[in-house]
Every structure is written in C-alpha cells, then in structure tokens.
Design a protein around this ligand. Sequence first.
Ligand SMILES: NC(=O)c1ccc[n+]([C@@H]2O[C@H](COP(=O)([O-])OP(=O)(O)OC[C@H]3O[C@@H](n4cnc5c(N)ncnc54)[C@H](OP(=O)(O)O)[C@@H]3O)[C@@H](O)[C@H]2O)c1
Length: 389
Amino acid sequence: MSGARRISILGSTGSIGRNTLDVISRQPGAFKVIALASRSNWEIIAKQAKIFKPAFVALYQEESASMARDLLKGSGIEVLGGIEGILEAASTDRADVVVSSIVGAAGVMPTYAAVEAGKIVALANKEALVAAGRLITEEAQRTGARIIPVDSEHSAVFQALMGQDRLAVRKVILTASGGPFFGKGRDLLSGVTPEMALDHPRWKMGPKVTVDSATMMNKGLEIIEARWIFDIPADGIDVLIHPQSIVHSMVEYLDGSVLAQMGVTDMRIPIAFAMSYPHRLDLALDSLDLTAVGSLEFHKPDPEMFPCLALAYEALERGNGIPAVMNAANEIAVESFLSGDLPFTGIADVVRAVMDDPPDFDDQTLSGILRGDRLARTAAREFITLMDS
Ligand SMILES: NC(=O)c1ccc[n+]([C@@H]2O[C@H](COP(=O)([O-])OP(=O)(O)OC[C@H]3O[C@@H](n4cnc5c(N)ncnc54)[C@H](OP(=O)(O)O)[C@@H]3O)[C@@H](O)[C@H]2O)c1
C-alpha cells in the first residue's frame, strides 16, 4: 500500500474493534489511527488511545467521556462526547477508512454518516444494512463511498466475486457454523441458558452476535446484509450449515462453477482485507491445515429448530421497513434473554409477534427508520411483559 491509511474505528472496545487494533499493531507504518469511538468503556478506550495515539476519541455517554478526558489530560488527545462525537469519528476529513463495528441499530446513524462523507467503510455492523440497507447503499452510490464487508461470510462472497462476471452469478451460498445447538435436538432449546448460548464452538465474539448465532438470526441478518452489499435478491441467497467454519461462503455461477473462500476462523483476516483492499497484508497467522481439519461437512438448516432464518427471508420479501422492525425486536429479545427475562425459544416468538403487528412509520428516510426502530422496541418490550404475566 502506498502511504499509511488513516483509520477511524467505531466500536473500538468491542470484539471487532480490538481485533482491528491487533491487525494495526502487527503492521507498523500501514495504518494511522485517527479516531476511536465506543459507548461507555472509558478505561479501555483511554488505554487504547495511549497506545495508538489517535487525534481524538469519542464516547457516546457524556459521563464516560468526562472520565476519559481526565485520564487523557495532557496527552493532546481530544475527547468528544454524545452522538455528535460518534458522528464526528464516522465522518472526519482526517480518516480514509471507517471501521463500522458498533453493535446493533446504534450503528445505523454513524454508518450512514461515514457513507455520506464518502469513506471506505469496512462494515461489521450488519444491523445498519438490515435496518437501512436501501438508504445506505443509495447514499454510497451518490457519494462514491465504498462498503467493504468485514463479516467473514460477506468477505468470502466479495472475494469470490472479484474479477468475475456479475451477470453470470446463479446464487450466493452463505455458510453458518450452526452455533452451539446444531445437531443437538430441538428438545434441548427450551432449557437453554445464556451461559450455554454464549459458548460458541468456533468464534469468540460479542454477546449479541453470539446469541444471534445460536438462534441463527445472525444468518438471517446476513442474508439481508448480502442482499444490499451484493444487490442479490432473496431467492438468490442460500444458507448451508458448515460446522467446521473453514469455507466462509461461496458463489455459484451459471456454468456450474462454485468459487469458495477458505481460511482459519480468525476475524483478523477479513478485517485486514477490508482495511487494506485491494492489497493483502502478511498477517503472519498459522496456515490452514486441511489435513488436521479432516473433513468438511455441509447440512441444510432445520427450519423448526431455527425459525429466525425464515423470519429474515420473510422480512426481506415484505420490505417496507419490516427488516428494521425485525432487527429491533430481535435486539430487545436478545437483551431480555441475556438478562434472564425471556427463554431462548421466546426470542423468535417476540420477533414473530412484532412482525405480525408492525408499527407504522416512513421507511424512506433515516429519521423514519429510527422512529420505526424505537416503536418496534416498545412493541417488543410490551409483548415480553405480556408473556410474563
Ligand atoms: N465479533 C465478531 O467476531 C463479529 C463477526 C462478524 C460481524 N460482527 C458484527 O460486528 C458488530 C460488532 O460486534 P462485536 O462482537 O464486536 O460487539 P461487541 O464486542 O459487543 O462490541 C460492541 C461495540 O459497540 C460499541 N457500542 C455499542 N453501542 C454504542 C453506541 N450507542 N455508540 C457508540 N458505540 C457503541 C461498544 O462500546 P462499549 O464497549 O463502550 O459498550 C463496543 O465497542 C456487530 O454488528 C456484529 O454483528 C461481529
């Protein structure tokens, strides 16, 4: 790469954010950190700032911002607070690449701001495209912003499409690990605890995406993400369970060729690729040892065990803001499950109920979608309270 790429990381304290900083620390001179942003984790972000010396950090919670300000006094690093600070990190002139790795719909506005500012957006925050995919991709076309996926599945598809004839694509096949409950029998699901759901067999990730993997809502969100990133209709996107997580996804072409991307399960690979595209960095990771893996298995997902997959296909088909409604209801349901207020199987029930009686809102504007997100959250909370009583 010629010259250091200037990077802003939204969600630097999370799992993707920390992996991003790990990639940067292994590539002296390749990147310059301009901004770090998170919600409230002031001690961690201040530590990161002392190491990576960004121009500024931003914390969504004002009280956390003032704690970080105290810790960074005299360092010359500015500390911004509130949504304005996060949006500044997303759109600052000083950065070339914005790593969008806030979790949940909280990432919608910052991702839109990065796209509006014409950035290269290394996108992990799939919820932004689920809630506002049309608006974000249209804005990217207008500004020339480039969205490069960080999700390992979408990175695989992106790579399998490189240099190919887009008109010759028959379908995209997203692979899924199946999470901790694949192959264990449906009876087990009613007794699943947060601890069991958070014990992912292949990937170490933040709690929300780990629970989404266990319900397979993660794959549902990824179907919608793929629809927007690759402009492929729902019926051109299939899902296969691949417990070894070695084949990260595939593209099938009209001539019957199937191009797959493989690699060890390490998020630093797709993160680095998104930040350095079209160049590849030497990450000095262990090679993939296929003889140690032995065999690669593929299975069709069981729709009764994983009802969230069908909910996502349905949301995509229905359009009209329903994906944003689905996403918001899922976020509330996952939160309630993690705090012990909802059984694991209740997650799909809450999403189903809110999608069956969706709030009315304008899905053609960002403010309309954010309003729809809020209304769907309220509806989900009300449904959970009713379930309890
Ligand atoms: N983890 C993975 O391996 C993986 C793989 C593929 C895709 N993804 C996607 O990447 C995204 C992040 O996942 P993760 O696993 O890294 O999540 P995580 O570990 O829970 O981290 C979430 C990050 O978002 C920040 N955040 C939350 N709300 C915010 C707000 N209102 N304003 C600013 N920052 C906010 C958090 O800050 P605080 O720490 O201050 O709360 C934290 O830095 C998700 O969309 C997920 O689906 C993750």
